[in-house]
Design a protein around this ligand. Structure first.
Ligand code: G4P
Length: 527
């Protein structure tokens, strides 16, 4: 059976993100991936020193014209018959809820580890978000050209800390100064590291080739064979279904800096990573091959310039063929919006994009109508689910300089919460608002925007909570009993749902033990 043009375009899309801890090599790997995609002018531009990295696209023009700064960019490139959409997850000091939400818009992820460090805290946090949604993960163990941990130890660490099966796709030969290359488990070829640089730092030599002995010291080949015997006996081989279900991660070893092992990773992504998934909605599940366009907003980028109220909503397409000038219904309001100047994120210059397919991201300029979690639909008024709020990790009280403006503050906080800038909680006892974020940057943005856009100068005061959990129960009476008993630690979110504000982990464990019929959840669907 042949696929419809829409289903065919969708089947060729790979929409993914890279998750890593700062310095593991995400930027370097991104540059090399774009090189394979033919976006050569981008190499070296992805990371401009002292400047936020961004891809060259229509987007830059808009950025210049309107003074909008981009914290998440989308990089699109073609390789091996697939269209890859790489969504940047701002990491580092920029860590925010946007980082998490970006992961709701991808179909798979690459986890980059520094071979000397293994799994680091930020990798773990991002991994947990991927796991919530069963996003399949490929692992790239980077920096083999430096002294690294023992590869077997690294695989054990992934297995034990992430509770994932690991299937090595290649195996390193030496490390640091003695790094020679990798052995490819499927083809049984040795891929040697050469000093070509660019796209040509790899040379494939069959395992049986006589020249191998001249290129790699005998002791290293011996060690390779010993390790392979051990690894291939003890570890599962790659299993597509298990990877797609999020139970197994294929592992590639390499060096992004030397552009070594990157091609194998990209080939793996093209061959095995899932194409756009069917997207669950309140009424039914939407298949990517359907004719009508649907999509959801996973991020809103606001203009920090108080003179403008311009926003760009990042829309992940879930079905249909989107064309410039199309009218889509904004399901929350039931109103149509004409999308006359969408932003397409193509890495190649001079490309005038007129259409986009499931898995693609488009930027929709608007004046604040579009919010995170909104569904846009060409026909039916469905609403996509699966774009949750995440439990905040920093909770602060908001202190307003002028108490007469408390009403304005309420309205402004509710506005910004809907946009996804922060979460707001109203303690059941006490008058001060508590805001919750997952990263410091979000607090800075909140303060700046309250001042610049709403003329509300505020200060934050630390609140004695470490995190929040949404509370729910099958039996309304149980929930009520819990609320009455724990009022002093409870707040309402903007939809009026009870939220438990935990003072420490002990407190959180204790309340869960004391109230076994209450569900405490770390994410909540947006409505
Ligand atoms: P990030 O985006 O994950 O934060 O990491 P980034 O790519 O910026 O890499 C962090 C540092 O690690 C950079 O060095 C980069 O050159 C280096 N690096 C990345 N991949 C490899 C690799 O495969 N091997 C080796 N040896 N180094 C690698 P830097 O000195 O901090 O920055 P720069 O001055 O080189 O830009």
């Amino acid at each position: 059976m042949s696929l419809s043009p829409i289903a065919d375009a969708a089947a060729r899309r790979r929409t993914f993100a890279i998750i890593s801890h700062p310095d593991a090599g995400k930027t370097t790997l991104t540059e090399k991936l774009l090189l394979f995609g033919g976006a050569i002018h981008l190499a070296g531009e992805v990371k401009a020193k002292g400047e936020r990295r961004r891809a060259r696209s229509d987007w830059m023009k808009i950025e210049q014209q309107r003074g909008i700064s981009v914290t998440t960019s989308v990089m699109t490139f073609e390789y091996g018959g697939c269209t890859f959409n790489l969504l940047d997850t701002p990491g580092h000091e920029d860590f925010s809820e946007d980082t998490y939400r970006t992961l709701t818009a991808v179909d798979s992820a690459i986890m980059v580890l520094d071979a000397a460090k293994g799994i680091e805290p930020q990798t773990l946090k991002l991994f947990e978000v991927c796991r919530l949604r069963d996003i399949p993960i490929m692992t790239f163990i980077n920096k083999l050209d430096r002294e690294a941990k023992d590869p077997i130890e690294l695989l054990d660490e992934i297995h034990d800390r992430l509770a994932l099966d690991v299937a090595p796709m290649n195996w390193p030969i030496g490390m640091g100064q003695n790094f020679r290359g990798v052995f490819d488990l499927a083809s049984r070829n040795v891929v040697l590291l050469t000093e070509g640089g660019g796209q040509g730092s790899e040379e494939v030599v069959p395992e049986r080739s006589s020249s191998l002995g001249e290129r790699v010291p005998a002791s290293q080949l011996e060690e390779l064979h010993e390790q392979l015997a051990l690894v291939e006996g003890a570890l599962p081989s790659f299993d597509l279904e298990s990877y797609r279900e999020g139970h197994l991660t294929p592992v590639f070893f390499g060096s992004a800096l030397k552009n070594f092992g990157v091609r194998a990773l990209l080939d793996g992504l093209g061959a095995y990573a899932p194409s756009p998934r069917p997207q669950p909605a309140d009424q039914r599940t939407v298949e990517p091959g359907e004719d009508k366009v649907t999509g959801f907003v996973f991020k809103v980028q606001a203009n920090m310039d108080p003179k403008h109220r311009d926003r760009v909503a990042f829309l992940r397409l879930c079905s249909g063929r989107f064309q410039r000038g199309m009218k889509l219904n904004m399901v929350r309001h039931g109103k149509p919006i004409a999308i006359s100047s969408p932003i397409f994120f193509f890495a190649r210059e001079r490309e005038i994009a007129e259409e986009a397919f499931p898995g693609d991201i488009i930027g929709v300029p608007n004046h604040g109508q579009l919010r995170v979690g909104d569904t846009l639909s060409e026909g039916e008024p469905i609403r996509f689910t699966g774009i949750p709020n995440f439990a905040p990790e920093i909770l602060m009280r908001v202190r307003l300089g002028d108490p007469m403006r408390a009403k304005h503050l309420k309205a402004a906080l509710e506005d910004l919460a809907e946009e996804g800038v922060t979460q707001v909680f109203r303690p059941m006892i006490g008058a001060e608002w508590v805001v919750g974020v997952v990263g410091q940057l979000q607090l800075d943005v909140l303060k700046t925007r309250l001042d610049a856009e709403y003329n509300l100068p505020i200060d934050f005061e630390s609140a004695p909570y470490i995190t929040a959990r949404w509370c729910d129960a099958d039996d309304a009476k149980e929930l009520d009993r819990f609320v009455q008993a724990k009022k002093a630690s409870l707040a309402s979110d903007r939809d009026g749902n009870p939220v438990y504000l935990a003072r420490n982990n002990w407190d959180l464990n204790r309340v869960q033990e004391d109230f076994p019929k209450i569900r405490f959840t770390a994410t909540r669907e947006r409505h």
